[in-house]
Ligand binder design. Structure first.
Ligand SMILES: [Zn+2]
Length: 363
């Protein structure tokens, strides 16, 4: 079975020099570029070579399953990923308990041949215990001792956890402050996975690429910004472009206000593709030290390995084409203009910034 899966994955990427030439955009020579897979959005042979040479790091994924073909895909793409545990009791597609998620994520990381690191979390459902902060810190430190590179906070505070009076517990609750102090002391970043709903993006991002600076800030984001302000030594990574839905100007304002804050691109590259090309390019150039490449790719317990591998490869390929090339191409019915970022900026986006913001992860 293992052999079969490896064969499938090997065929999918075709890295052994037998690249499958599908109809593809003409390269500089006027000849169709050779594709490294059958995926119409897949890597060309040349693009794959550039991508793998960067030792790319995807700083935001969710993996709760181990599979040889999946690990082979990571090896062949030369990608290192951060696997984020999030304690989401509503995530019925995978598990219902924190302990199971945590165990499966560790199992995957240990099986990943060095291609994955864990961003751990605490069990938010022990909030009622008087020892909550102490227990959380002990649990985090056990994971750090085993190599976990950071901590992810999910939207449970503010959405699912209530105090005894029935009020929502926000992420800047004083009982979490010792946790943030511990992270700062240990040079571990806080991944602030405090998403605005996905539906807030997409079409609205396209229609309103930028708005004024005085919009009301949702409570979760206000709490995150408060944490960054109160803990200047703590690295805070705002996922999903900082979960700011109002546009690049609002994100820039936060980055300017909080020098200890970075953002990742997880789940938002399609939104960037829909924005004006020059505006996105200028933003990426200006904040080139503060942006981490990430996908939000997932491989959950019930996912089929073959389709996950294809989905992940496709995501990496189209993102790379968008950021690195000057191509104009069709992607899911939309005309996309590649940003053709300079090589030094691509290196920061795909590798170096991860090393700075997530100490210990760079290879
Ligand atoms: Zn995520």
């Amino acid at each position: 079975m293992r052999k079969l899966l490896l064969l499938i994955c090997g065929f999918s990427l075709g890295l052994a020099g037998s690249a499958w030439a599908a109809p593809a955009p003409a390269g500089a020579t006027g000849q169709p570029a050779q594709r490294a897979s059958r995926d119409p959005y897949g890597f060309t042979v040349a693009a794959l070579k550039q991508f793998t040479a960067l030792h790319p790091i995807d700083t935001h994924t969710h993996v709760y399953q181990s599979d040889p073909s999946f690990t082979t895909m990571l090896q062949q793409l030369n990608v290192h990923i951060v696997d984020m545990v999030v304690a989401d009791p509503t995530d019925t597609a995978s598990h219902s308990t924190f302990d199971e998620l945590h165990k499966d994520a560790w199992q995957f990381v240990r099986s990943s041949a060095g291609h994955a690191s864990l961003s751990t979390t605490f069990d938010p459902f022990g909030w009622d215990s008087p020892d909550f902060s102490k227990n959380a810190i002990e649990s985090l430190n056990r994971d750090f001792a085993q190599g976990a590179v950071g901590m992810t906070i999910w939207s449970n505070p503010g959405m699912a956890i209530k105090d005894p009076a029935g009020n929502p517990v926000l992420p800047d609750n004083p009982r979490l402050e010792p946790v943030y102090k511990e992270l700062a002391e240990r040079h571990k970043p806080l991944f602030a996975h405090l998403s605005a709903a996905d539906e807030d993006w997409g079409a609205s991002a396209q229609r309103v690429p930028d708005v004024g600076a005085n919009l009301p800030v949702p409570p979760l984001l206000r709490a995150r910004d408060h944490i960054a302000q109160e803990n200047p030594q703590l690295r805070v990574i705002g996922v999903h472009l900082g979960s700011v839905k109002e546009g690049l100007g609002q994100i820039a304002r936060r980055l300017d206000q909080h020098p200890n804050m970075a953002i990742d691109t997880a789940g938002r590259v399609d939104s960037l593709m829909a924005m004006p090309q020059e505006q996105v390019r200028a933003f990426l150039l200006k904040y080139q030290d503060r942006i981490l490449y990430a996908t939000d790719n997932a491989f959950r317990q019930n996912d089929r390995a073959g389709s996950a591998v294809a989905r992940w490869e496709s995501r990496y390929a189209v993102d790379w084409r968008y950021f690195s090339s000057g191509d104009t191409f069709q992607y899911h019915g939309r005309e996309v203009h590649g940003l053709q970022l300079p090589a030094a900026v691509l290196r920061k986006l795909y590798h170096d910034n991860a090393g700075h913001w997530i100490p210990g992860i760079a290879r």
